[in-house]
Design a protein around this ligand. Structure first.
Ligand code: NIG
Ligand code: FE
Length: 410
């Protein structure tokens, strides 16, 4: 079982009386369920995750004990795709789309990404950080213990860097999710000449962003950036130590997933219009597929290819895409529901795609499952059944959040 640990180590945190512990251990009944279980941590690491009967953890006066009273405990969610740093709002577009306008028509009339770039530029850094912090707090309360945050609403070097700095600042604050940052310089189109802008990104942009980000991303789409432009960015970014991500096949078949496979990207995201050949290419290259079923639902179009990705042998992640245009949503539990209802995933597959799939999409081998040696990011639910995470639509099933071995809320 999953209970190996170095002998003699005192637990700093122990969760007892767990009805169902979702470990993500593939050797145990999916999604790695252990009944009548205990979870223990020493510092930020898990030291024991297994049956209460096998418990070998030393409990001392310093140990914080959490009684789950029979509730289920699952891994903290890793939301691997968000555009969390923005100001302003686009509720009018929401109404326009409901009346039949398309995402592209709205963008052509000056709405879309461009309007968020303007609203974000009009606010102070403090306002930007405050707005982002509120969203990150909502995410933590909904069980997200790690969040990826992209730039992309800057479209000038200085404004993109300001977004990255705002995101990284939040990562150092207590009681918020752990933050991973992504430089997304090719998102909407700039007001200036696109070729000149791209040259600036490849030179000054990458050099300045590299210390502030772990990844680089691009919106590879008709009406945004083409495959050749995106490929230049991703290849140049590799020389700066930034791993590649691609917004691929979201609105049309753009060629973004073949690009992701070619450059060895860590993830290809959206994939609504991906072909089976694309998915085989992602599998062969070891690229994680990130599904954003909230954005797919809001914009309409084909269902997210969850089942097809799994059949092709691709690791699947579910993420919110939280942004003011296509999916204002902080809820990973809702993404689990949509993963089952719209993407063809089984409940156990969807539940693990949210934490373990998200960790794979961020190249984080230290989290996403509840196994000894990994970071202790765990959620005590308000229900005895892990199935309720997806089954109870639109609810928040999270009663207590443990991040890096510490009780942080809600
Ligand atoms: O992931 N596709 C591009 N970017 C976002 C939408 C950004 C926006 O409309 O503000 C997305 O859906
Ligand atoms: Fe996105």
């Amino acid at each position: 079982m999953t209970g190996d640990r170095p002998p003699g180590e005192a637990a700093t945190l122990v969760v007892v009386n767990i009805g169902q512990l979702v470990t993500g251990d593939p050797r145990v009944r999916a999604p790695g369920v252990v009944e009548d279980a205990v979870l223990a941590a020493s510092g930020d690491r898990i030291t024991y995750a297994g049956p209460a009967s096998g418990l070998e953890v030393a409990i001392g006066p310093e140990t914080i004990e959490v009684d789950a009273h029979g509730a289920a405990v699952i891994p903290g969610f890793v939301d691997a795709h968000t555009h969390l740093v923005w100001l302003g709002e686009r509720s009018e577009e929401y109404a326009l789309r409901a009346a039949g306008a398309s995402y592209e028509e709205i963008a052509e009339k000056g709405g879309g990404i461009r309007s968020t770039v303007a609203a974000t530029a009009a606010g102070t850094l403090d306002e930007l950080i405050t707005a982002t912090r509120e969203r990150a707090r909502r995410m933590l309360r909904l069980g997200t213990t790690t969040v990826e945050i992209k730039s992309g609403y800057g479209q000038s070097l200085a404004a993109e860097l300001r977004q990255l700095r705002a995101a990284r600042g939040l990562g150092t604050e207590p009681d918020l999710p752990d933050v991973v940052t992504t430089y997304l310089p090719l998102h909407g189109l700039p007001d200036s000449d696109r070729a000149v802008y791209l040259e600036g990104v490849l030179g000054e942009g990458l050099a300045a962003a590299a210390p502030l980000a772990g990844f680089v991303d691009c919106f590879c789409e008709i009406g945004a950036w083409d495959v050749a432009e995106c490929e230049r960015l991703l290849v140049a970014a590799g020389a700066h130590g930034l791993r590649a991500k691609v917004h691929a096949e979201q609105r049309t078949h753009s060629g973004g997933s073949a690009l992701a496979a070619r450059v060895g990207a860590v993830s290809a995201d959206h994939l609504d219009h991906a072909t089976d050949g694309d998915l085989r290419g992602l599998a062969a290259a070891g690229v994680t597929g990130v599904l954003l079923p909230g954005a797919s639902m809001v914009l309409g179009g084909p269902p997210p290819p969850g089942r097809r990705l799994l059949e092709a042998g691709v690791t699947v992640a579910l993420a919110t895409d939280c942004n003011p245009g296509t999916c204002w949503c902080e809820s990973m539990p809702l993404m689990v529901s949509l993963g089952v209802a719209t993407a063809g995933l089984a409940p156990a597959e969807a539940l693990l795609a949210a934490p373990a799939g998200g960790a794979a999409a961020l190249g984080l081998g230290d989290r996403g499952r509840l196994l000894p040696g990994l970071r202790c990011d765990a959620l005590v639910l308000d229900t005895s059944r892990w199935l309720d995470v997806g089954y109870h639509l639109g609810a928040n099933p999270v009663a207590q959040v443990i991040a890096a071995g510490r009780l942080v809320g809600p």
